[in-house]
Ligand binder design. Structure first.
Ligand SMILES: [Fe+2]
Ligand SMILES: [Fe+2]
Length: 166
């Protein structure tokens, strides 16, 4: 067996979590788009794609070592923030939850001495540092630029040209 049952379940759960994150950001993009935040919409559509890439990364890793990954069900989120700042806060909370999940799988890998998964999990650890930092940096802009209409429009404009990845 290439992976223990426990690790196989943990990775399949993470695949589902990345898919859920992708759907969350897709819903966030829709909220931005109908609320007139074109920059936010572009940003979250790209973020939804990025989370799908994360899902694929784990699926391909598992399938490549001969452990068939479970194709996750599609969730139906309904992201209804009260403001652009709120949707960024919700995104940060989402990333923090994903970080906990990744850290838990890494702990499990060490507990089970299952070293074949360390490399991919460490990639995800680094990715989560980046994910949390980027949403923290956007939240910071509400402190520095402001929260009135012009300030929020400026932050939306910044989002339009901000890459979701490094
Ligand atoms: Fe992710
Ligand atoms: Fe993420």
């Amino acid at each position: 067996m290439k992976l223990s049952e426990e690790m196989t379940t943990a990775l399949n759960d993470q695949i589902a979590l990345e898919m859920t994150a992708s759907q969350f950001y897709l819903s966030a993009a829709g909220w931005c788009e109908i609320s007139g935040y074109d920059g936010g919409a572009a940003y979250f559509y790209a973020q939804a794609d990025e989370e799908r890439e994360h899902m694929l990364k784990i699926i391909k890793f598992m399938n490549n070592i001969g452990v068939r990954a479970i194709t996750p069900a599609v969730s139906q989120p309904n992201v209804n923030p009260t403001s652009l700042e709120d949707v960024i806060s919700m995104s940060l909370a989402n990333e923090q939850a994903v970080t906990v999940a990744i850290n838990d799988i890494l702990s499990l890998a060490y507990k089970l001495s299952e070293y074949s998964v360390i490399e991919i999990l460490e990639w995800f650890v680094a990715e989560q540092v980046h994910e949390e930092s980027k949403f923290e940096a956007i939240l910071q802009k509400f402190e520095t630029i402001g929260r009135d209409g012009l300030a929020v429009a400026e932050i939306d404009r910044i989002l339009a040209t901000s890459p979701t990845e490094d």
